[in-house]
Design a protein around this ligand. Structure first.
Ligand code: JF5
Length: 234
């Protein structure tokens, strides 16, 4: 999978060189390319923003560098290649989820456009829609200073679903949200620690009882912490 990132702060993405995704890049499973949007400016100050038409606080990202960047990343004559999915992290987007991560992991080319300031000139999204499948995506109902941290979270959630990135694919099936419930608690040795004990059923060797206990814990936790996942109760 190829992932391009457009940002005025490429350094935010330096951590993609470590850990699981760093190894996946070295192995050639993920081709992640981080680009400085200012490389597509032409003035001495490498300007990416301007004042908003109609007035108001703050600055808006000007369209021209975005247009040139998209032209560079999406060949006009892509031939048989599928159009990229172009994600713009935004608090005004559709909510990101494990199911959206699964969907994005099925694309062969993702582009993340990271906005700053009060946002990006709206025509950039119109133009991007002529080059690919545009998604405005929000991590949650809160505001960040720019799209970078949200893009990082999405790249990690999507990247780990690409076949081969996570060593043991069983661990992808057994985690929170994969079955619509939160994960059950986990324990390791020692069996007693500082007065706290591992639930005896986990030491029983009874696999059926362990599975039933874990499912009950998943339901109980989901009820307590995320009742919204269980749907309307009647
Ligand atoms: C952003 C222009 C994006 O705050 C966010 C965000 C929250 N959830 N997902 C994204 O993005 C920041 C700021 C300005 C575009």
């Amino acid at each position: 999978m190829q992932i391009d990132v457009l940002t005025i702060f490429p350094a935010f993405f330096d951590v993609l060189e470590v850990s699981l995704l760093g190894r996946a890049r070295e192995a050639g499973l993920l081709d992640i390319r981080v680009h400085d949007l200012r490389d597509w400016t032409h003035d001495r100050h490498r300007t990416v923003d301007d004042t908003p038409y109609g007035g108001g606080a703050g600055m808006v990202m000007k369209p021209e560098p975005w247009g040139e960047a998209l032209d560079a990343l999406v060949p006009a004559d892509a031939g048989a290649q599928a159009p990229p999915v172009i994600v713009f992290p935004s608090p005004a987007g559709a909510r990101f989820s494990q199911s959206m991560a699964r969907e994005l992991a099925g694309a062969s080319h993702l582009i993340f456009g990271c906005g700053r300031y009060e946002g990006i000139d709206e025509r950039v999204f119109d133009y991007a829609a002529t080059r690919g499948d545009v998604r405005m995506v929000s991590l949650g109902d809160y505001v960040l200073n720019g799209g970078e941290v949200a893009a990082m979270a999405m790249i990690e959630a999507v990247g780990r679903l690409v076949p081969g990135v996570v060593g043991n694919p069983d661990s992808l099936v057994e985690e929170s949200h994969e079955d619509g419930l939160l994960e059950h608690p986990s324990y390791t040795k020692p069996a007693a620690w500082r007065g706290f004990e591992v639930p005896p059923v986990l030491l029983s060797g009874n696999h059926g009882a362990v599975a039933a206990w874990r499912r009950e814990q998943q339901l109980e936790r989901t009820r307590a912490r995320r009742p919204d996942l269980l749907g309307p109760q009647d």
